[in-house]
Design a protein around this ligand. Structure first.
Ligand code: FMN
Length: 333
């Protein structure tokens, strides 16, 4: 066992154990703040490439934008070089990070071809060097997010989890797919149970959880200690609070959310839109906002013509279109 594990601040399972997944390009600081306002056990930053953080190449997110210091936030690092990962961990710790999460699940070719993300599942010895380097570098709790394995012939998440626990990792999220599945098929929640049975640290189930019922099924099938929700929160930032209330009821530190509709939904979306413009500036903020607006309009079942109008409008007129676009259109449909 890595002795540095003993120096790390212990990490409790959050109450409720319902977490927001990192989604690069989506779960930015404005979105995480919105989700946290409704309530979330924990949120995770978008993946930060350790090499880019250190070199601060153009296009790298400004460090202040990371929100490392925000309560209940884990900062996720990706990379392939133990020294870069250790140095990046030290930097985000200096920025006030409370938890560091290591990404060993990203399937994107540009990440795996650099032997980062889920490619590390093909070389557990190297994966462990990264984990050791990060755990050694900081006193913060270190967590890991990964998949079931590389492909159906290499389902080695339980082995990785055991070795990670020995190295001092305090929690593991498993997305119930292999790397080679990317996002195809259905997440295999029962396979997450093999990781749960292999370790003593909390295991969090992830993949295709979108509401209290799917969360319950994932927990029942995996025996996991909590759930992580990604795409299910798109356009529905209150969904973690709904799931937490549905699963944990009065034991959840989060009450049932008031799911907004009509004018309340319009206020929420307008506020989110303005936050994105302020955060990114124009025109980038307008472009980033489009996908969120699209998801909100999916939720509100906005008619296609109106939806197109909003998504092609200049940012300066979007706010004036939202009241009509976000009226509940279900009855009319
Ligand atoms: C657009 C997109 C971006 C993602 N970015 C990250 C990331 O930065 N780090 C990470 O660990 N996983 C990332 N993921 C994977 C998700 O965190 C999650 O594991 C996956 O979407 C399955 O969960 P879900 O079905 O609840 O979305 C991303 C997924 C998507 C679709």
């Amino acid at each position: 066992m890595n002795t540095s594990a003993n120096r790390s601040t212990p990490l409790n399972l959050p109450n409720p154990p319902v977490m927001l997944a990192p989604l690069a390009g989506i779960t930015d600081l404005p979105f995480r703040k919105l989700v946290s306002k409704f309530g979330a056990g924990r949120v995770v930053s978008e993946m930060v490439a350790s090499q880019e953080l250190l070199s601060s190449r153009p296009g790298t997110r400004e460090k202040a934008e990371l929100g490392a210091e925000v309560e209940n936030t884990a900062v996720q690092l990706a990379g392939r070089d133990p020294e870069w990962m250790a140095e990046a961990a030290r930097q985000v710790a200096d920025m006030g990070a409370k938890i560091i999460d290591i990404n060993m699940g990203c399937p994107a070719k540009k990440v795996t071809s650099g032997y980062s993300g889920s490619a590390l599942m093909r070389d557990l010895d190297h994966a462990l060097k990264l984990i050791d380097a990060v755990v050694e570098a900081v006193n913060l709790p270190v967590t890991l997010k990964t998949r079931l394995g590389w492909d159906e012939n290499l389902l080695n998440a339980p082995e990785l989890a055991v070795r990670a626990e020995q190295a001092g990792v305090q929690q593991i999220v498993i997305h119930g797919r292999t790397r080679c599945q990317f996002y195809k098929g259905a997440a295999d929640w029962s396979a997450i149970g093999r990781v749960k049975n292999a370790v003593n640290i909390p295991v969090i189930a992830n993949g295709d959880i979108t509401d209290a019922q799917t969360a319950r099924n994932a927990l029942d099938q995996s025996g996991a200690d909590g759930v992580m929700i990604g795409r299910g929160a798109q356009g529905r930032p209150w969904v973690l609070a709904e799931v937490a209330h549905g699963i944990y009821g009065d034991q959840s530190a989060i009450g049932a959310p008031d799911v907004p509709s009509g004018a309340d939904l319009c206020d929420l979306v307008s506020g989110h839109f303005e936050d994105m413009l302020a955060f990114y500036g124009c025109p980038l903020g307008g472009r980033v906002a489009r996908k969120h607006l699209g998801w909100y309009m999916d939720f509100a079942q906005t008619p296609a013509a109106l939806r197109r109008e909003v998504l092609t409008a200049d940012p300066s007129v979007v706010l004036s279109l939202l009241p009509l676009a976000l009226q509940q259109h279900q009855e009319a449909a």
